[in-house]
Unconditional design. Structure first.
Ligand code: SF4
Length: 269
């Protein structure tokens, strides 16, 4: 997280009402996490979101205090399988991450909990299994977001972590179907519509477009230029492929569509 002083000054000056605690390392291990939340409230912030790996929330007392101080939790949880979790995170704290998720649910956070599951080469084949595990262990969570890995930031240069769209797609679709059947709100993010045939309504970016929002969230790089996308009727509502994906896998999988985005039904839950 950036230094608090200048951030608080800007929050007051610009009357910022929503703040996300993230970046600069895992925010939940900071000893001043709860004090920071209190200072943000005092500065007028109405909605605080914490992006976390959930490990520190295995401590029930901290979790209880955080649940009272913070409005929304985004927990990055890349696998229900301990060995895959260890490979994806280089951490042996799988039991604590699961405990943190359970503590949040036991404390009634539920609708305020979003589970982010980054799809990578480590875990894409296990996506349907993750959905089945979620049905048993995450019932009540507000959202499950399957986000296709970006070869950016710390992951930049680790080309092996990026599966092809084509190999990941069948597993993503099966996972989305299972999540829906289990009663979850579920979306898939950063995954092209032409790879989601029959499941386009689960696309995070398509849902933003259908609500009248910009397809990309603020700060997210827009789609790469490619011939298929230039000729595609779905382009206004699609995330396309990222440049960093094209550098590794190319764009040959993408297929221009004649389908109008307005003919696709967004998943409603
Ligand atoms: S061709 Fe491009 S714009 Fe069209 S659906 Fe595929 S990725 Fe999206």
């Amino acid at each position: 997280m950036p230094p608090l002083g200048p951030a608080l000054a800007r929050i007051k000056r610009d009357r910022i009402k929503a703040v996300s605690l993230e970046g600069g390392g895992e925010p939940s291990v900071r000893p001043d996490l709860l004090a920071t939340a209190a200072k943000l409230r005092a500065a007028g912030v109405e909605h605080i979101m914490l992006s976390t790996n959930g490990v520190a929330l295995a401590d029930m007392e901290l979790c209880r205090e955080a649940a009272a101080a913070i409005d929304q939790f985004t927990v990055n949880f890349p696998s229900h399988l301990p060995e895959v979790y260890a490979a994806a995170t280089r951490s042996v704290k799988y039991p604590q991450a699961v405990r943190g998720l359970r503590n949040l649910l036991d404390l009634g956070v539920r609708e305020r909990l979003r589970v982010f599951h980054i799809i990578s080469s480590f875990n894409f084949r296990a996506l349907p299994g993750f959905a089945a595990w979620a049905a048993e262990n995450l019932r009540g969570a507000g959202l499950v977001n399957l986000t296709f890995v970006r070869n950016a930031g710390r992951a930049r240069g680790e080309d092996g972590i990026v599966p092809s769209y084509s190999e990941a797609a069948p597993f993503i679709k099966l996972a989305l179907a299972r999540l829906k059947l289990a009663g979850f709100k579920a979306v898939v993010q950063n995954f092209p519509l032409c790879m989601l045939k029959g499941f386009e309504g689960f696309s995070f970016e398509f849902q933003r477009w259908s609500r009248g929002d910009a397809v990309f969230e603020e700060g997210v790089a827009s789609a790469a230029d490619c011939a298929a996308c230039a000729a595609c009727a779905l382009a206004p509502a699609c995330c396309g492929a990222r440049t960093d994906y094209g550098e590794i896998r190319g764009f040959a999988e993408l297929k221009a569509s004649r389908i109008r985005p307005s003919s696709i039904k967004p998943e409603r839950f």
